[in-house]
Design a protein around this ligand. Structure first.
Ligand code: RB5
Length: 145
């Protein structure tokens, strides 16, 4: 599985920790920036990762800003993206099992590194259950038009 990862300055440090973790686990990733703590606009990075997922450059995305809120809103504006902002492992698990989330959003100023890495693990391991949830996912797509 190939992961696309991106953040603004508020998520930059956590992004670097996650990259290190993915490297240790032998999981391939593409870093869509940002590359420093210099202030940037989170929609630019949410869009880049979301478009990479929809365009199948990568299989799933991880986006990070200070709270995870702004970048998740931005990613969810891209048609075909189901971006889940998660602050706990239960939500991360359910985001895959029930919502077939294809992008995970994290708050770099909210989460400790240990919890964030656990959330990433659960998100990457989870498989969509399908069944009754498929109809619900399809209804989300209908809202997109
Ligand atoms: C940047 O200061 C901050 O607003 C951003 O990282 C994020 O938290 C927005 O939702």
């Amino acid at each position: 599985m190939k992961i696309g990862i991106g953040s603004d300055h508020g998520g930059f440090e956590l992004k670097e920790h996650i990259k290190e973790y993915l490297k240790e686990k032998g999981i391939e990733y593409v870093d869509y920036g940002t590359n420093s703590l210099e202030s940037v606009d989170y929609p630019d990075y949410g869009k880049k990762v979301a478009e990479a997922v929809v365009g199948k450059e990568v299989d799933r995305g991880i986006v990070i800003c200070g709270t995870g809120i702004g970048i998740s809103i931005a990613a969810n504006k891209v048609r075909g993206i189901r971006c889940a902002l998660c602050g706990d492992t239960f939500s991360a698990r359910m985001s895959r099992l029930h919502n077939d989330a294809n992008v995970l959003a994290l708050g770099g100023r909210v989460l400790g590194v240990g919890l964030a890495l656990d959330i990433v693990d659960v998100f990457l391991d989870g498989e969509f259950e399908g069944g009754r949830h498929t109809n619900r996912i399809n209804k989300i797509s209908e809202i997109e038009g």
